[in-house]
Design a protein around this ligand. Structure first.
Ligand SMILES: Cc1cc2nc3c(=O)[nH]c(=O)nc-3n(C[C@H](O)[C@H](O)[C@H](O)COP(=O)(O)O)c2cc1C
Ligand code: SF4
Length: 434
């Protein structure tokens, strides 16, 4: 059974009626953390986040406190919040912006105070129509309430927030592409180094970029202290985390659970969470951290849901999205759909990603649609090796950003783990399992 007796840090209001409104937020403890933070030195607020060991929730899992302290050596000009969330099966930030926009706004103001910036941007996926409306309303209400604008709650701290809708490109989730898009340019990832937008970020100024969920944890951390947050979870994976569970489970959805203390089995099978597999079928594969992650087989169901624990088994917890395939799922079709997504979303700057993703997609298409050839399997792996040499994990990179080496993950996993399914597609022109 899953361990569910820990506090819900970011999803506590989701079941309340009108959870997105200012009045409900204030009734349920909203903006208390900001008032407290404003009585502290900015460094003390940052120290609490550092003590919490809050890992960034956007995918790379870099500690927020460490990112801020690296950057604080030079004055930061802008705080940018990444709410692009466009990867298939990743849908946790979507819930945060729709159900608790004030928590996000309060987290952004706290972070801005800790970093002493006076201008922040919330970049949201353009298709989040309701989320955009609610976050904009929350920002407007916060201005009226005195939590935003000049001399917040009578203090000497002032902040403005601009809510910016994306134009529908997945690549704008990559932080440097997001910055380009915010500047009004095409969303092209920038060449690294610099690896963080610290030195040269938005408008060429030092910039911190953090994820929506990362920001949403801050009010609780300030109210309860970094140590209380760090007491949850284990090792480097502290606190709770939102997991977006999708695929062949009875109860797909977003669940907030303590890190490391729960396993994939707990999340997928506990009746209060995933509820098990539809029709009690057997699990065939699990995609653990977004569709760029290498796949797990059911023998890894007892791996704890922690960043290092999943990495030790050769994959990543990434964006916290978990997709379950059962024995009626076609892995060739699943792989084709994933590769098709990446091929469509490649920004086109790098040849291996631009050309390779298209070639891979066309080969996967013919395998899925009955035109596959025996030599296609080796061809797929050979092309994949050109995008991510050695097909190792973490991947080697020949491209400007990690979208490129994300593409071969599913192909490599699917062919390595389920080669017979690919062979069956070549021999029979269709899937034996569907
Ligand atoms: C192709 C690609 C897409 C990404 N999409 C997102 C996204 O939608 N949301 C997000 O927060 N981070 C995304 N990231 C990670 C960001 O570049 C960055 O690491 C993150 O926003 C930093 O916030 P965090 O430290 O709070 O996790 C993406 C990265 C890549 C390479
Ligand atoms: S790896 Fe792909 S998405 Fe990333 S910069 Fe290169 S072409 Fe664009």
């Amino acid at each position: 059974m899953a361990s569910l007796d820990t506090p819900r840090i970011v999803s506590s209001r989701w079941s309340l009626p009108d959870s997105h409104t200012l009045s409900r937020y204030l009734d349920s403890g909203g903006y208390v953390a900001l008032r407290k933070a404003l009585t502290m030195f900015p460094e003390a607020v940052a120290a609490e986040v550092d003590a919490a060991s809050l890992l960034g929730r956007g995918g790379a899992g870099f500690p927020a406190g460490r990112k801020w302290s690296m950057l604080r050596r030079s004055a930061i000009s802008y705080l940018v919040v990444n709410g692009d969330e466009s990867e298939p099966a990743t849908f946790k930030d979507h819930y945060l912006v729709e159900h608790d926009p004030h928590q996000l706004v309060e987290g952004v103001i706290i972070a801005a105070y800790a970093l002493q910036v006076s201008q922040a941007f919330i970049f949201l996926r353009g298709e989040f129509a309701l989320g955009l409306e609610r976050v904009q309303q929350a920002v407007n209400d916060a201005y009226e309430y005195g939590a935003l604008g000049s001399t917040i709650f009578g203090s000497s701290f002032s902040l403005d927030i601009v809510v910016h809708p994306g134009a529908g490109a997945y690549i704008c989730g990559e932080e440097t592409a997001l910055i380009e898009a915010l500047e009004g340019k095409r969303g092209f990832p920038r060449i690294k180094p610099p690896f963080f937008p610290a030195a040269v970020g938005l408008y060429g100024e030092p910039t911190v970029v953090n994820n929506v969920e990362t920001m949403s944890n801050l009010p609780w951390i300030v109210n309860n202290g970094g140590a209380a947050f760090a007491a949850l979870g284990e090792g480097r994976s502290t606190g709770t985390r939102l997991f977006a569970l999708a695929g062949r489970v009875r109860n797909p959805g977003v669940y907030e659970i303590e890190m490391v203390k729960n396993t994939f089995r707990d999340l997928i099978y506990d009746p209060r969470l995933g509820g098990g597999i539809i029709d009690d079928r057997a699990i065939k594969a699990i995609i653990p951290g977004g569709v760029s992650a290498p796949w797990f087989t059911p023998d890894l169901l007892d791996v704890p849901l922690g960043q290092d624990e999943v990495a030790a088994k050769g994959s990543m917890l990434g964006s916290g999205s978990i997709v379950v395939l059962d024995d009626t799922s076609c892995v060739v079709r699943a792989t084709w759909r994933i590769v098709k997504f990446f091929s469509r979303e490649s920004c086109g700057q790098c040849t291996p990603c631009r050309e390779g993703s298209g070639w891979l997609e066309r080969i996967m298409y013919r395998l899925e649609h009955g035109g596959g050839r025996a030599e296609d399997l080796d061809l797929l792996l050979d092309l994949s090796d050109n995008i991510a040499p050695g097909l190792t994990w973490p991947p080697q990179q020949t491209t400007i950003c990690v979208l490129g080496p994300s593409i071969p993950s599913s192909i490599h996993s699917a062919i390595t783990l389920f080669r017979d399914d690919f062979v069956a597609h070549v021999e029979h022109g269709s899937c034996p399992h569907v």
